[in-house]
Design a binder for this molecule. Structure first.
Ligand code: URA
Length: 420
């Protein structure tokens, strides 16, 4: 069938066959189908959607456009985790060593931050010396030795997704649930872990702003993963307010280390234990309650911190940060935002906090922007807290911005509060 007939079928909401979807993906990846033809098809998908079968077919065609990894030689069950992104989300830095400490290997490829959301790779690169661009055999060796490794997307994984995702960015076709599902799941399936946990964020700082959309994406990704032969679970979690107290690369590594040191409990800790327990349950380590206890023991025994230390060291990073977080990049300038009267915090808008962090230098507006690793925000309050006049609600940090007027204006605007 020619590509115009394929576009027409989706335009008229007729289902495509597997072979038509393969033809489309292969034709576009090899340059036989043009950008304008693919754009037209993507727009038709945005408007009319795809069936579950078509979404699975698109996902596997994208997976098969490049190489697929094979961890069977590890002799251990493997798990992967994906978060759809948010503000202050450093869960992978905690969950990977926790899960690895419970004998489930986690080889993980992560992304960089863009816009108001952060990326795990940038966070790890704030550790002096940590290399994220390591090659396949070294990746494999680290996973074999410590149980986990996190590297940047490398090799020839899902070239179709790379090409289609940049086209979607340029043609207003990102916000389609089947396209997001195929893009995320093709990369998860190419990494090829036995178990996949998907954390679909919902709220002001997330891709999915409504619970209804988040649930639809979660359900579709879980079904797609299972149909492709994986043990797969998707959960929807809150991103209405930032996750944890610290936002910004080195500040988030600091908070993750402090959680692994057992210093803090609270919303971030609870979520990490919950997600770790789901992964361990998928990996057959027991029921949810038992797996939750295993995850908590990995932290309280210090084993997860030791696993993190070993992985950081094998990546060339300064693992002394596990004992002394002041060795992480420190900001030259800081600015305290204080309560002007006694107040109750009603809401903290994640997206605005993410944008404030970006203005301070912690994020990127475009792919090639250079990041200030020390920049970010430390929140000293959570939703529901009551604070007295003069209390420091948050502190802004930067080494590149010394005039805090714009950032502090945005940070204050991110708060919804009432006088008490
Ligand atoms: N992340 C991805 O990798 N793909 C999407 O389409 C959206 C978010």
């Amino acid at each position: 069938m020619n590509v115009i007939d394929i576009i027409n079928k989706t335009k008229k909401s007729y289902e495509l066959s597997d072979s038509e979807i393969n033809q489309l993906v292969n034709g576009y990846t090899t340059g036989k189908i043009t950008d304008y033809q693919m754009s037209a098809w993507l727009m038709a998908v945005c408007l009319n959607g795809l069936s579950e079968r078509e979404t699975l077919s698109l996902t596997t065609a994208m997976r098969d456009s490049g190489e697929t990894l094979d961890f069977s030689g590890l002799g251990r069950i493997t798990a992967d985790k994906h978060s759809t992104g948010g503000v202050g989300d450093k869960t992978s830095l905690i969950i990977a060593p926790v899960v690895a400490s419970c004998s489930v290997a986690m080889p993980k490829m992560s992304g960089r931050g863009l816009g108001h959301t952060g990326g795990t790779i940038d966070k790890l690169e704030s550790i002096n010396g940590y290399r994220t661009d390591i090659c396949g055999s070294e990746f494999f060796d680290i996973v074999r030795t410590t149980g986990f490794s996190i590297i940047s997307q490398s090799g020839n994984l899902c070239p179709a997704d790379k090409k289609i995702y940049s086209l979607r960015n340029a043609t207003a076709t990102v916000d389609s649930i089947p396209l997001i599902c195929a893009s995320i799941m093709s990369k998860k399936l190419a990494l090829n872990a036995d178990c996949i946990l998907l954390d679909v964020k919902c709220g002001s700082g997330a891709f999915m702003k409504t619970r209804e959309d988040a649930l639809r994406l979660a359900e579709l990704m879980e079904k797609t993963g299972k149909s492709a032969g994986k043990k797969c679970r998707a959960v929807v979690t809150d991103m209405d307010s930032p996750l944890g107290n610290n936002i910004g690369n080195a500040l988030e590594v600091k908070e993750a280390v402090e959680i692994l040191q057992g210093k803090y409990k609270g919303r971030l800790y609870n979520l990490c234990m919950e997600l770790s327990a789901y992964i361990l349950e998928l990996a057959g380590k027991g029921d949810y309650k038992k797996c939750y206890e295993m995850a908590e023991n990995a932290v309280s025994s210090g084993l997860a911190l030791e696993t993190f230390r070993k992985t950081v060291s094998l990546h060339g990073g300064d693992c002394r940060i596990c004992d002394d977080v002041s060795l992480l990049p420190q900001a030259k300038y800081s600015y305290r935002i204080k309560a002007v009267h006694d107040m109750k915090i009603l809401a903290v808008n994640s997206e605005e906090i993410g944008m404030t962090s970006l203005i301070l230098g912690a994020g990127r507006q475009t792919k090639n922007d250079v990041i200030d690793m020390s920049a970010g925000i430390v929140m000293n309050c959570s939703v529901g807290d009551c604070v007295s006049v003069d209390y420091t609600i948050m502190t802004l940090y930067s080494s590149t911005v010394s005039d805090f007027s714009e950032a502090s204006f945005r940070a204050v605007n991110a708060l919804k509060f009432c006088r008490i």
